[in-house]
Unconditional design. Sequence first.
Length: 149
Amino acid sequence: MAIDESLLETVRSSGDSVLRTYGWNPPTLSLGYGQDLDDIDLDRCHQLGVGLVRRPTGGRAVLHWNELTYCFGSLSPEGDDSIQKTYLTVGRCLQKGLRLFGVDVELSRGRVGSGHRAACFASTSRSEITVRGRKLVGSAQRRIRGALS
């Protein structure tokens, strides 16, 4: 996650867009930057050998294990401050890419689920990638001084 944060600063200073993909070892639970630690059973994570990190972006807890994580950084489009528009653009790109691999994915049309849930994949938000109504890809973003990640 520290590398993701430094990529955002690199994007901001250079103007170049960056895509980073990576995996996790050991399995690690990442929390959104504002998520309360009280949501997490820290003793159980320790017992199971699950690491814990805080993401620079918001959102809910994600267990990273046997999966691919991505970080995309770019300058924020001039005059575009619409977070939802950015989610839609990223979602459409991911949708097209996954369909090239034969994965039949859709973009979620609205908020699904109810109440407070600590886990990111327990609910689906607008423009997230789903398969048969279940979230396949979770995305979050952070904007800092003209750059987004």
